[in-house]
Design a binder for this molecule. Structure first.
Ligand SMILES: Cc1cc2nc3c(=O)[nH]c(=O)nc-3n(C[C@H](O)[C@H](O)[C@H](O)COP(=O)(O)OP(=O)(O)OC[C@H]3O[C@@H](n4cnc5c(N)ncnc54)[C@H](O)[C@@H]3O)c2cc1C
Length: 357
């Protein structure tokens, strides 16, 4: 088995390249995702991690709504059924527990208890290491799909011009899938520019560490969210609104002043102590959006031995071990991936949805 990655696991251009990603089971009425998260927790826990270098830190997720909270409310019975705890908090209780937050304008607050932060880049490296320990060969190299003849792909070309032959090829190339398969994927996986800001926290303060403040989402006109740093190094703020369509290889990764200013205004309102916090660093990343926000796990329509995985659409990281498990089940045991993740649904798709629609 050979694994090729163009720039290496969790590299700075990849969608998985950030420091942390949230794992939570609230998924509106989409039970399949809550079930996948339940399984994902088991699979994440099976990866080797140490106390000094954890892959997961539990914190809970705080859902704040300025208007309709139907998304969380629809999930609550599913979570109860699957054994996940979720509580609606009264305003005064929320304010007492989290004095860092000004809840003005918030109409409902929910706390999802079994949820937290995954160390994204670190987890990608851990998976590569496990693959090598299990006897796989890893190379940092670009893969170019080979010709499809008589319903199969015999080989692919790697960056140094050599050919790699295999019985099965799996392409899990995130926002690059459309470039690799222009006919089958093309702009059906649309990479959009997303900026993440890290603000410095007050000197000596422990209040903005993940152990003292859960991951939070603020549902207003925009959805703004943050994952407090497990080590309290800085305070992450991001806006879930889809940015412009970009090329993930060449996009300008300099953060823009208007985005930083918007984040500051948000902080002044919701986390007033951080209103003038200096920007410590930023990441410019991309979502790889499928038209309906759902994953893609399917065979290439013209090559039975080629599998395409992706379409994480801003929420795929937590699910990645289950995507791997579903793909392995399909390839090795002939299990059918869920219908909603198949390519046929994308034919002629024009709807633009996100996970929260
Ligand atoms: C800002 C931001 C916040 C997010 N927050 C969350 C969150 O809180 N929770 C969550 O669950 N998800 C979140 N996501 C979504 C999640 O991170 C992505 O859906 C997921 O990481 C995508 O993983 P991937 O492996 O499909 O793509 P990628 O991580 O982009 O990996 C694709 C890999 O393919 C390689 N590659 C590309 N082309 C080739 C080629 N030709 N040959 C060989 N290798 C190639 C690249 O080098 C790269 O390593 C977020 C995404 C972003 C950008």
């Amino acid at each position: 088995m050979t694994l090729l990655d163009r720039w290496g696991p969790g590299n700075a251009l990849a969608s998985s390249g950030g420091r942390t990603r949230a794992i939570r089971a609230v998924y509106g009425a989409d039970r399949i995702y809550s079930e996948m998260v339940k399984r994902a927790f088991e699979l994440w826990a099976a990866l080797p991690a140490t106390a000094a270098e954890p892959l997961y830190v539990e914190s809970g997720v705080l859902w704040m709504h300025r208007g309709d909270d139907a998304y969380v409310r629809a999930s609550a019975p599913i979570l109860h059924d699957l054994g996940f705890a979720i509580d609606e908090l009264a305003q005064d209780e929320a304010a007492r527990r989290y004095p860092q937050i000004d809840f003005r304008g918030v109409r409902s607050v929910w706390l999802e208890r079994k949820a937290g932060a995954l160390y994204a880049h670190r987890a990608c490296a851990a998976v590569r290491d496990l693959f090598v320990q299990a006897g796989g060969r890893y190379r940092t190299a670009t893969a170019t799909p080979g010709r499809i003849e008589h319903g199969t792909m015999k080989s692919l070309r790697s960056g140094d011009g050599s050919r790699i032959e295999a019985d099965v090829f799996v392409f899990a190339c995130g926002p690059w899938l459309g470039q690799l398969f222009p006919d089958v994927i093309g702009d059906r996986v649309r990479p959009t520019r997303q900026e993440i800001y890290y603000f410095a926290t007050p000197k000596g303060s422990e209040a903005y560490k993940l152990s003292n403040l859960p991951i939070w989402l603020d549902f207003g006109k925009r959805i703004v969210y943050g994952i407090p740093d497990p080590d309290g190094r800085s305070f992450k703020v991001a806006d879930d609104t889809r940015g412009e369509t970009i090329d993930p290889t060449t996009q300008d990764r300099t953060p823009r002043s208007e985005g930083i200013e918007r984040a500051r205004q948000f902080l002044a309102e919701r986390f007033p102590e951080l209103a003038t916090a200096p920007l410590a660093s930023a990441e410019v990343c991309q979502y790889e959006n499928s038209p309906d926000g759902n994953l893609i796990i399917d065979q290439h329509p013209e090559a039975r031995n080629v599998w395409i995985l992706g379409g994480g659409s801003g929420h795929g990281f937590k699910l990645s071990p289950v995507v791997g498990e579903m793909a392995a089940g399909a390839i090795l045991e002939g299990k059918r991936p869920p219908e909603g993740f198949r390519l046929a649904r994308l034919a002629g798709a024009t709807a633009r949805k996100t996970q929260f629609d």
